[in-house]
Design a protein around this ligand. Sequence first.
Ligand SMILES: NC(=O)c1ccc[n+]([C@@H]2O[C@H](COP(=O)([O-])OP(=O)(O)OC[C@H]3O[C@@H](n4cnc5c(N)ncnc54)[C@H](O)[C@@H]3O)[C@@H](O)[C@H]2O)c1
Ligand SMILES: [Zn+2]
Length: 349
Amino acid sequence: MTPETLLGYPVVVGAGVLEQVAAHARRAGLERAVVLCDANVEAYARRVSAAFAGSVPLRAFRLGEERKTLESLAAVYAALGETEADRRTLVIGVGGGVAGDLFGFAAATYMRGLPFLNVATSLVAMVDAAIGGKTAIDLPAGKNLAGAFADPVAVVADVEALRSLPEAQIREGLGEMIKHAILSGQAAFARLEALAGHAFAGWPWSDLVAENVAVKAAVVAGDRLEGGDRERLNLGHTFAHAFERASSYQLTHGNAVAVGLRAAGLAALAHGTWSQRDQERLVRLLLAFELPIAHVGLDVEAVLAAMRMDKKRRDGRLRFVLPRALGEVACGIELEDAIVREAVEHCTR
Ligand SMILES: NC(=O)c1ccc[n+]([C@@H]2O[C@H](COP(=O)([O-])OP(=O)(O)OC[C@H]3O[C@@H](n4cnc5c(N)ncnc54)[C@H](O)[C@@H]3O)[C@@H](O)[C@H]2O)c1
Ligand SMILES: [Zn+2]
């Protein structure tokens, strides 16, 4: 099944597809549009608005991970008011995962919901954040605490935008791509292995993004509101979130996912459900992509405490998603404390 059939909306992936946004708006039968963008990608947003026949208002916002706030949301609502957006107005959000989460949430809630089209410009947004209909902002009490499930009318991922994306930001997406490859199987994993050592500029991005969209779409489609199968996407993430928090977010999410995948592999190895050979392959790939496999010097107790906090926030039990083989994961695994501790210890030295 195609992502469109699975998700119920098209995901347009390709080189030079930015200009197709206007056509998708027309197809959705929407008469008016407003373009909202991350100021860093205003040039792409201008191309999107220029492709419309009439004039389309454009508003740029200074974003960044620390600006996914109520204050930013208020500024976006104000812009929607100023531009006289109403229920017939398509909100087009252009940018990375922060832009998608913020503009998507604003669109989902302004006047009880305006149609939203997500133009993903970062690798994280293309392979992960833009797919699945989750939107959110952070609250002082924590990340992504206020949000909504709201499907866009379409997602557009123009891989040409990746050319201006800093290498560190490309790397932010690689951990999730490795995670998707483990969920997908041998072929996807081998495909990534074959890219190691090749400059990003030469990677077949259209194919890679499309494959990652397909993997996430297949998981998400069976579990729109996150009660079951979607848990698979948490592979490596229980460890990753704890590492992020224990490092006071010095470790970025993408890097934490890399460490978290290694930790999940180590735990699965100790649990007896993953092979040494596959673990070695995983570590080799992480290293080949210049991703971290440890956060040296991080306090083990702080990581374990962060995990316990996570446990308290859920229903008192910590359940891990562990790899079993390439293409197979096990969900809901309750690990012995000693196994968790040992995996964390390995990833802090
Ligand atoms: N909703 C979901 O399901 C979901 C899933 C994963 C992540 N997220 C969220 O996504 C966010 C992370 O996304 P991100 O890594 O894209 O962060 P981001 O949106 O901050 O983008 C990273 C940086 O790259 C810049 N940028 C984006 N596209 C560019 C381009 N083409 N050229 C040059 N610069 C560009 C941005 O301005 C920013 O400085 C987090 O807030 C996370 O919570 C959401
Ligand atoms: Zn993630």
